[in-house]
Design a protein around this ligand. Structure first.
Ligand SMILES: Cc1cc2nc3c(=O)[nH]c(=O)nc-3n(C[C@H](O)[C@H](O)[C@H](O)COP(=O)(O)OP(=O)(O)OC[C@H]3O[C@@H](n4cnc5c(N)ncnc54)[C@H](O)[C@@H]3O)c2cc1C
Length: 379
């Protein structure tokens, strides 16, 4: 049986382990669990189809979304409280250019979207106010689904437990080198372990640039404000507008997310983050409590962004035939991660080419882009 070692047990590594396990591949996941950058510890994340101001389904977006839907439904069976289906509300705010652009895009795209099974409805101002009594007065909203509010940290714990029962091996150690041998790859860890695998897939999240310093991208830190013990006001909801998103659920309100170069992010205090995020939340919910007066906490993590098009980077490392990468999930890991993992599993198992949209070839043909960092062993 072929065996694959995965470096990194965040969303990318776990989605890949899930796909490889389904194909009967023997998998070992190495994960350093204490990395403060780990983005997949995010307690409240949104999974939905459209980011930004456009409803135009870009190439492969729908393929990716339907894979997310299928995988989230399976994972939800393992951890029902961690994946909560909710419609996504995009309020149309007064005197707001983004809202106007969103509405124009909806008018252009809606017939085409309905034809492929995606329904985006326009909801009037009164109905919106009734459904979301805490929302700032608006011109109504665009509402679509399926969408989910996901506690990624708790969900991945459940996925990991399931994979363990099916034979996936997990090792909580940091990998500090990989080396080609005649038959495969030797993986070494900072704890002194040396293990062989036929192939290795690198899914290191924000540490991608440590492995490939010439890659065109960077890690960006982010913060999320989570208020606990909140009274329930109206139905649960996901709302995205005015440069932020809020998730309102029984007892827990969350507002996200900031984006900072990691050097700046690592110096920011919780008080600064809480102040910024409270201001953002109040643009949507004027009665959002001050963080001093609520049971509040700041969560932090970092995501790596490919600066070409901010989509994932997936494929086989040039000149290193046994080494693969799945990274740069950016701020939309739930939308692009499961499909990217499925594509990589198909490449590893059947040699199916990675779709151009997420292929690492688009990062440029220069082989130096894919030279390993000096601290790690070149292959
Ligand atoms: C503030 C914020 C808000 C976000 N909100 C959303 C959202 O609403 N919706 C959404 O879809 N996405 C969201 N994201 C993005 C999402 O969290 C990420 O895209 C996704 O979690 C990245 O997963 P990953 O596995 O690539 O990286 P990570 O989660 O960072 O996992 C990488 C893992 O690899 C380990 N690792 C790295 N190097 C090594 C090594 N050498 N040896 C062993 N282990 C190693 C790390 O310790 C880590 O555990 C958000 C991210 C942030 C920061």
């Amino acid at each position: 049986m072929m065996d694959v070692a995965i470096v990194g047990g965040g969303l990318a590594g776990m989605a890949l382990a899930w796909e490889l396990n389904a194909r009967g591949v023997s998998v070992t996941v190495f994960d350093e669990p204490r990395d403060v950058r780990r983005a997949s510890a995010v307690p409240v994340a949104m999974a939905h189809l459209f980011a930004g101001r456009s409803f135009k389904p870009s190439d492969k977006l729908l393929d990716s979304f339907w894979t997310t839907k299928e995988v989230l439904e399976r994972w939800r069976a393992l951890a029902p409280q961690s994946v909560r289906p909710q419609p996504m509300w995009r309020p149309l705010l007064k005197d707001d250019r983004s809202s106007a652009q969103l509405l124009e895009s909806w008018e252009r795209e809606r017939a085409g979207l309905e034809a492929v099974g995606v329904v985006v409805e326009r909801v009037g101002p009164e109905q919106t106010q009734q459904a979301l009594p805490w929302l700032v007065p608006s011109l109504g909203a665009l509402r679509y689904g399926p969408a989910w509010s996901v506690s990624v940290d708790a969900l991945l714990d459940a996925v990991r437990a399931e994979l363990m029962t099916q034979g996936t091996n997990f090792i909580s150690e940091r990998v500090d080198g990989i080396e080609a041998t005649g038959k495969g790859v030797t993986i070494s860890t900072t704890a002194g372990r040396r293990t062989q695998a036929a192939r290795v897939a690198l899914c290191p999240g924000a540490a991608l640039g440590d492995w490939f310093p010439n890659l065109q991208g960077a890690a960006f830190g982010g913060e999320l404000l989570v208020l606990e013990d909140q009274p329930q006001q109206g139905p649960t909801a996901l709302v995205s507008a005015a440069g932020g998103y809020v998730s309102i659920e029984p007892g827990v309100w969350a507002c996200g997310a900031t984006r900072w170069p990691v050097e700046q992010w690592s110096q920011r205090t919780d008080a600064q983050a809480a102040q910024d995020l409270t201001a953002r939340a109040r643009r949507l919910i004027p009665s959002w409590p001050h963080h001093d007066k609520a049971k509040a906490r700041i969560w932090r993590g970092a995501r790596w962004l490919f600066m070409g098009d901010r989509l994932p980077v997936v494929g086989q490392i040039p000149h290193s035939p046994r080494v693969y990468v799945l990274g740069a999930l950016g701020s939309r890991g739930l939308l692009w991660g499961p499909w990217s993992a499925r594509c990589l599993a198909a490449l590893i198992c059947d040699n199916t080419p990675i779709p151009q949209r997420i292929s690492l070839e688009r990062s440029g043909k220069t082989p130096t882009r894919w030279l390993f960092g000096a601290a790690l062993m070149a292959l």
